[in-house]
Design a protein. Structure first.
Length: 365
């Protein structure tokens, strides 16, 4: 187990910084996910930690010891790749034992470690098989077992679930998260999948264009996004946005967009803003201060949830169709007219440059 610290790390390819002033401390035993769109620098960051890339500038330390002075093989970090990186000509048992044999560990200890790891990951019955005889999920468990037997300072995961189908991904998420909690090993997990990041990690680091945009516990990022990028990156369907302006009078503060008017907190300053509304905060019950007269455009029945795309009667600046995610199976048809409600506290307000400006939402107990 290890405390890992990135100190002002940069990585430049030709004329572009793909990692730009990356500073982050990962606590001993913590599970941290790096997430962001393709090309945001998350995999390059992981590869620099692993010793597969060299930073242009900066420092990476484990328990206060500089890692950049060490070769990749000497860093005691175990990496799980997207492709699993198993040797096709070796059996499962031989794949798991490979790094231990290189270290010239005694055979009885190797056998003991393989037995413990294979039982933990429920792959004991596959030890004599070759990788080609295994499913994707089984190969992933072998890759994990190979990491566990090394007893590394940290696990590094590079999109390990991307080759699995949806059902296997769901079960594998739970298995990896449980394994990490049981072992207590510091883990850094790179993914483009927000669901993986939100459900598995203690903290999520959102990156874009090589920079850390925001980091913190998953629900803190979801409820308190720093800006429009974070707000729209997290959540499916993504947050609805309406552009408009804030006008004040002696008696009230209002958001105006075309014919749409919504009363806001008097602390919100005048000026151009974007109003953000997550699809799941809408309700068919008159349970909030804000009401939309909606015309249903499209309906997706998902069993436990119903997602609708709708237009509102009021004219607003620019496009407007919204999405709402409603609980349960709701019998709605295209062109149905409905009323949708939400609370003022569920609205996110972003200024002209996209930064969130309203106070923290009140926590629901």
């Amino acid at each position: 187990m290890s405390n890992i610290e990135f100190q002002r790390v940069y990585k430049k390819f030709t004329d572009t910084y793909v990692v730009d002033d990356f500073s982050l401390t990962i606590d001993d035993g913590e599970f941290v996910a790096l997430v962001g769109p393709s090309g945001c620098g998350k995999t390059t960051t992981l590869r620099m930690l692993a010793g597969l890339e060299t930073p242009t500038f900066g420092s990476i330390q484990a328990d206060g010891k500089e890692l950049l002075n060490l070769h990749a093989k000497d860093r005691n970090l175990a990496m799980v790749f997207q492709s699993y990186a198993l040797y096709p000509h070796l059996s499962v048992e031989e794949n798991i034992a490979f790094s231990l044999k290189i270290q010239r560990i005694d055979k009885p200890l190797i056998s003991k470690k393989i037995k413990e790891a294979s039982e933990m990951l429920k792959i004991s019955e596959y030890l004599k098989r070759k990788p080609k005889e295994l499913s994707g999920g089984q190969r992933q468990r072998v890759a994990l077992a190979r990491c566990i037997v090394r007893e590394p300072q940290a696990f590094l995961f590079d999109e390990p679930l991307s080759n699995l189908d949806a059902k296997l991904r769901a079960s594998a998420r739970a298995e990896i998260a449980q394994l990490q909690r049981n072992l207590g090993i510091t883990s850094i997990y790179v993914t483009h999948d927000q669901i993986e990041a939100m459900t598995m990690a203690d903290r999520v680091v959102i990156m874009n264009e090589g920079k850390i945009i925001q980091y913190g516990p998953p629900m803190e990022l979801y409820n308190e996004p720093k800006n429009i990028f974070v707000a729209t990156f997290l959540g499916s369907p993504e947050m609805n946005l309406i552009k408009g302006c804030v006008k004040k009078s002696p008696s009230k503060t209002e958001f105006l967009s075309g014919d749409l008017r919504i009363k806001l907190d008097d602390k919100i300053p005048e000026g151009l803003i974007s109003l953000g509304i997550r699809p799941e905060v809408f309700s068919l019950k008159p349970s909030g201060e804000i009401k939309f007269n909606a015309l249903v455009n499209y309906v997706e029945h998902l069993g436990a949830e119903t997602v609708i795309e709708f237009l509102i009667n009021e004219k607003v600046d620019g496009h407007i169709s919204f999405k709402a995610k409603l609980q349960g199976t709701i019998d709605l048809k295209p062109k149905s007219k409905i009323n949708l409600f939400l609370k003022n506290e569920d609205v996110h307000i972003f200024n002209e440059i996209g930064e969130r400006i309203n106070e923290k939402r009140r926590r629901k107990k």
